[in-house]
Write a protein that binds this ligand. Structure first.
Ligand code: AMP
Length: 307
């Protein structure tokens, strides 16, 4: 089975929620994505950390088939992000973004990463995402995540990377900002016209919507009694999806639908704890049982009966 290449941030996160607080918890888009994808396939991780984060702190990823030889240790501080959630956990404010070692990062793919044909460009500066794509041989299947900050400040490199993307995964706010429309279907079509043949728009607890091959598909979030911290839900969703697609060796619409359900399962595990604690506790069986729970939640009798 081939490996999934993931490029994104490794971070310290400081997070406030209505019920708790975490200071300098291990985070970053690539942390959540690789911890999840490693359940399904082997992962080549490309990122950068500073001298204040010991690489040993990431060793649990290696037990999940995540190769860390593409992680650079640079002089300076690790990326630091801070955010606060309102009582409605769907609403989050970014309090600070300190790029630190990311400000001068120039990703260099190890030679054995350059043949990877499944690529997830997690949320980082679109210029770095482009840089990575330029180092890959062949025509990989590329999935892309981004955020408001880059849509507002890096329009040109973002449009360039979108034109080389097969699958884009955004939340509803990002999709509206990128497409200029709030209507989910119009928005997905407009974004698809920018390059990706498949578009996923996430709507927090209302789940995820797929537009691909002229078809729509939607899965709700799994209702949970305990929600501790939504940070990383989007990244683990994408990591679960891409991990499953890599394991399946197929990106047809039916496989994409199954992958979305695994992505939704991953997000549900992430929000139950701070940082990657919920994901660390989970194994493939746990993912499978959430997959079945989502099936039970959404399936109904397709036969029309006159009663
Ligand atoms: P999510 O909740 O899935 O949107 O992702 C949260 C993660 O994204 C956190 O762990 C942050 O460290 C990371 N993050 C936040 N802002 C950025 C940024 N501008 N670039 C890269 N990663 C970021």
């Amino acid at each position: 089975m081939s490996s999934l290449l993931i490029v994104g941030s490794l971070a310290f996160d400081t997070i406030e929620t209505p019920t708790g607080w975490a200071d300098r918890a291990l985070g970053g888009s690539a942390l959540y994505a690789s911890a999840t994808a490693g359940i399904f396939c082997s992962v080549h991780l490309v990122s950068v950390i500073g001298e204040d984060l010991a690489i040993e702190e990431l060793s649990f990823l290696e037990s999940r088939r995540v190769d860390l030889s593409g992680v650079t240790v640079a002089s300076g501080k690790t990326f630091h992000w801070s955010g606060a959630y309102e009582a409605n956990l769907n609403n989050r404010r970014t309090l600070s973004t300190d790029l630190n070692v990311f400000a001068d990062f120039s990703p260099q793919l190890p030679l054995d990463y350059r043949n990877d044909q499944m690529v997830f460009l997690a949320n980082i500066d679109p210029s770095l995402q482009l840089d990575v794509l330029g180092q890959i041989d062949g025509t990989p299947f590329v999935a892309l995540d981004t955020m408001n900050m880059w849509i507002e400040t890096a329009g040109e490199p973002l449009q360039n990377v979108l034109s080389q993307t097969d699958l884009v995964i955004l939340n509803d706010e990002e999709a509206e900002l990128l497409s200029g429309t709030r209507n989910i279907l119009t928005s997905a079509r407009a974004i698809s016209d920018m390059g990706p043949s498949a578009v996923i728009i996430k709507k927090g607890e209302h789940g995820a919507f797929l537009w691909a091959d002229g078809q729509m598909f939607s899965v709700p979030a799994l209702p949970l009694e305990t929600m501790v911290d939504p940070t990383g839900a989007g990244d683990s969703f994408a990591g679960g999806m891409m991990g499953y697609l890599t394991q399946a060796g197929d990106t047809s619409i039916d496989t994409l639908k199954r992958a979305i359900v695994y992505g939704t399962a991953a997000a549900s595990l992430t929000v139950e704890a701070f940082s990657v604690e919920g994901l660390r506790r989970a194994d493939r069986d746990k993912f499978n049982s959430r997959y079945r729970a989502l099936h039970a939640l959404t399936s109904f009798d397709p036969v029309l009966r006159e009663v």
